[in-house]
Design a protein around this ligand. Structure first.
Ligand code: IPE
Ligand code: IPE
Ligand code: MG
Ligand code: MG
Length: 302
């Protein structure tokens, strides 16, 4: 990682990138006309003022690597957070993980009601695609814009996040082997992380080998993210996490620590992280930002 104080370091831009995402999300949610007040409130509650914004940071870092202007990334970053927030609102519903706490606050269905939470999630998902399709900067490269929309749709669709979520729910109370667990984690969480990295790359012309290596990095760091998430549930307390640290155990979820033990899970995360960084080193360009976010993903404590 680059030393603190270096003005060129990605770490010195993290807070301004986070602020930009916050402002963009606020504008998107509050300037969309004709939204019923209760729905707008539930959407704002679910999206604004919380969250680590890891996916947007990955997009800004990927843009730095690929030499894509950061102004082209604001809408991509916002679309990722809209979709991510929708996935959390639905994931917390009684029919799914039945959680009461998210980002240190009551979950959306606890704050409002279930119907409002379901509809707010639906609305956030639609809005994510609307802003991508309407963005004037992305529209300057229509073929890339279509690939960006398709990447997001694929990542969160039946062969991606939603597919992973149903496997995760169906596996409750069953012991999974590592291969089955890996398949769930790669789809339910890994694919959106992958999209956060690959969507900006569509705006650049990467050589096929460089694109393959970036793909490999994106896939493995997505899995590291979810293994770390599983570990945090056993290592951390509810207050630090801002979500129930006993949720997985109480629902009988198979997780990396339950399948491999905490040390085994940590070793697997370390191994994937090393593979990911080796792949990233094969991509030409400034990869400091992606290294910074990858490091955060591996070592995060909340
Ligand atoms: C948590 O994601 C849910 C998973 C996909 C595992 P994050 O840890 O990125 O959640 P926020 O956005 O920071 O709250
Ligand atoms: C969340 O996974 C994955 C999605 C929202 C797609 P988890 O259920 O494991 O994450 P937390 O613990 O609720 O954040
Ligand atoms: Mg879940
Ligand atoms: Mg959950």
């Amino acid at each position: 990682m680059i030393a603190r104080g270096n003005p060129d370091a990605f770490s010195s831009r993290v807070e301004s990138y986070r602020r930009r995402v916050e402002e963009k999300l606020d504008a998107v949610i509050n300037s969309t006309p004709d939204v019923p007040l209760s729905l707008r409130e539930a959407m704002a509650y679910s999206v604004l003022g919380g969250g680590k914004r890891i996916r947007p940071l990955l997009s800004f870092a990927a843009a730095e690597l690929c030499g894509v202007e950061s102004a082209a990334i604001d809408t991509i970053a916002a679309s990722l957070e809209l979709v991510h927030a929708y996935s959390l609102v639905h994931d917390d519903l009684p029919a799914m993980d039945n959680d009461d706490l998210r980002r240190g606050k009551p979950t959306t269905h606890r704050k409002f009601n279930e119907a409002t939470a379901i509809l707010a999630g639906d609305a956030l998902q639609a809005l994510a695609f609307e802003i991508l399709c309407r963005d004037e900067q992305l529209a300057q490269q229509p073929a890339a814009q279509a690939r960006i929309v398709a990447a997001l749709a694929h990542a969160i669709g039946p062969a991606g996040m939603v597919g992973g979520q149903i496997l995760d729910i169906e596996a409750e109370g069953r012991e999974l082997d590592e291969a089955a667990l890996e398949a769930i984690h790669r789809s339910k969480t890994g694919q959106l992380i992958w999209a956060a990295i690959m969507m900006p790359s569509e705006l650049a012309s990467l050589a096929p080998e460089a694109r393959n290596s970036l793909n490999a990095f994106a896939r493995d760091i997505g899995l590291v993210f979810q293994i770390r998430d599983d570990l945090l549930e056993v290592e951390q307390d509810t207050q630090t996490l801002g979500k129930n640290s006993a949720s997985d155990a109480s629902r009988g979820k198979s997780t990396y620590p339950s399948a491999l033990g905490a040390d085994g899970a940590r070793a697997r995360a370390d191994e994937l992280y090393s593979n990911a960084l080796a792949a990233l080193d094969r991509v030409p360009g400034n990869s400091d930002g992606l290294k910074w976010v990858a490091d955060f993903i591996l070592k995060r404590v909340y």
